[in-house]
Design a protein around this ligand. Sequence first.
Ligand SMILES: Cc1ncc(COP(=O)(O)O)c(C=O)c1O
Length: 468
Amino acid sequence: MSDSKEKFLSDVFLTLREYISESSTSELVTKVSRPEKLKQLIPEIAPEGVSDEKLLSELRDILEHSVSTIHPLFVNQLFGGLDEAAWAGEVLSSLLNPTMATFEIAPAITVIEKRVVTELLDRMGFERGEGIMVTGGSNSNLLAMLCARTEYSPNIRLTGFGHNRFRVYASAEAHYSFDKAANITGIGTQNLVQVPANERGEMIPEELERILSADLKEGYVPIMVGATFGTTVMGAFDPVPKIARICERYKVWLHVDAAWGGGALFTNKHRHLVKGIQLADSVAFDAHKTMGTPLITSFFLTKHAGILRNANRGGGSEYLFHEYDNSDWDTGTYSLQCGRRADVLKFWLLWRAHGTQGLIRRTEHLFDLAQYATQEISTNPRFKLIHSNYLNVCFQVQPRDPLGDINSFTLKVRKALVREGRAMVNYAQRADGTIFFRLVFPNHRTEKVHVAQLLRIILETADRVDIV
Ligand SMILES: Cc1ncc(COP(=O)(O)O)c(C=O)c1O
């Protein structure tokens, strides 16, 4: 490498290091700029390249005009924060830049991925099984539908559905990726049946059974129930032991979307939340949601060894999947993708750095934050607690004029929060139309002082916002 490129790289790393260390104390989580301003700031693609100095200054502009998702007051979505070891894994992954299709091109990392998958299967209580990393919890849910379809009829990938009228069931609170998966797999979104949930956001098993048996009488073919551990808004955990008994009775694949709620697998105190997970046929788990790895660190895990190869079979043998000594280790043959990033390195280095006990301590800290926030919100008359479960705390801040419209007030406060940029917390809407802040705790950099600071910021902002 030339001296100038070495200097460029070390300047880049220095800049990133400064960004990381400043981000925990910086006043702002986001500095919102209008698209018009950004269009002026961001240069057009040019016929000739620019100098390293210019590139570095443009890199700094990007950092300045991006949301700091690693800031402790970024509690907006189901990811956030930064762990140095996990980030090193991210850097390593793009530096080595293998594809996880074959053992030949990713030898050590294939062994690492298999080891992590085995460990996760074990934590779930699957005595045997297999798993693969995927491009997100959404795609893990998609893969579950493909597997359920394959389990029903291994030849469906060749023949299509024929006259089968498949149906899949998920609660009204389940993630929208089930809808997408029903679309992509050809099952059809009309055949994704919403099972009613109770007021805590949990699927009602009696309703599931009622709908399933009515569908059977109508000639539908139920193939999968998608239960959720940790729903996106309410953090609800569906009653999987009861749902599993129904799936067993009706011979239906049980997938548990534990993309968010899987964090409870890494706790001692809260492990009861994932009761029954070992009864699932497959599980989605996103380490980037609760473990503190960068996006994307997603796993699909199933107890049915061999199903992934059947569900994803097809192509590649003529140029990629050669017969060789280690071809048994190739993972590309049971992946939806061809090229696949070495995402596992993020989780691997994190796990190695903290050990299982460290991961447990870190996750229990997130639960402590949620409990603390719930306590602070429920004891302050300016707030109204709507719902609190797992790492989700849903609440409203009260307007000074109690007769004002709380929904538009909440939206105004949220808008002002984002505009001012001192904290980022999202909002959500319940089926009855109620709008509220959805505070979530995926961010391991967040401490109790930050929660107190966040609530103070929200109150200050609310006091400045006029009521319509
Ligand atoms: C419960 C649940 N499942 C699945 C997903 C999708 O995960 P991903 O963003 O990794 O695709 C989400 C995203 O927030 C989620 O909350």
